[in-house]
Write a protein that binds this ligand. Sequence first.
Ligand SMILES: Nc1ncnc2c1ncn2[C@@H]1O[C@H](COP(=O)(O)OP(=O)(O)O)[C@@H](O)[C@H]1O
Ligand SMILES: [Mg+2]
Length: 244
Amino acid sequence: MAPVARPVSRAAGRSEPPAVRIAGLRRSFEGRTVLDGVDLTIGRGEFVALLGRSGSGKSTILRAVAGLDPDVEGAIEVPERRSVLFQDSRLLPWASVIDNVMLGAHAPDIRERARAALREVELGAKETAWPKTLSGGEQQRVALARSLVRDPELLLADEPFSALDALTRLRMQRLLQRLCQRHAPAVLFVTHDVEEALRLADRIAITAEGRIVHDQPVAAARGNPERLEALRLDILERLGVSGD
Ligand SMILES: Nc1ncnc2c1ncn2[C@@H]1O[C@H](COP(=O)(O)OP(=O)(O)O)[C@@H](O)[C@H]1O
Ligand SMILES: [Mg+2]
């Protein structure tokens, strides 16, 4: 008997399996439930910003997806090549910039790749510098180069630009945008900055009460100031910040 053809959705971007699939994520600390059934899917090359009030579980989700939390329950499917960026660059102070970029990465051409990554973040000239001689923004660019050198299919970032001054943050956002266009990793980007989320993300997910309570595409509103403003106000309201 001839096999029966199953209808396959041909919607754009739907034919490939997603990069990340999280289902029923649960986590408690000392009997207190912090994650209570988080479901989230991220497509290949898709940029998802995770917003939510302080303490709503964003970092806990990110750590779980990064594989840094052995005590989390639920299903997490992620690609093998992942990189994580934190608010502080976490550079080793006793290692040069390029050694920091190469740290833990194993490939025969790793030095060349580290050089290329440093050029991409515009720090080609700082290869042999010590981390403490760099500005905060430069240190975060080294951290970005370190994540790029692994050619990640998934980039996880927990408020990576929060400690930077406004101008440096803007530059970093532009740089990240360019790098994401070039390398197209899936991205889960935790931020508390609504503007940053609107600027960078394809989708905004909001955490509250241990779940994702809202999941909103952004790209369609970009380029349309009125729709973007409406979206901004809606997101702010959902975060409990009402306009006056
Ligand atoms: N290691 C831990 N031990 C105890 N409580 C924790 C721990 N990590 C996080 N929490 C608690 O879980 C909740 C969510 O934290 P977190 O994920 O860091 O929130 P967010 O990143 O959204 O600000 C907070 O109430 C926090 O105090
Ligand atoms: Mg956090």
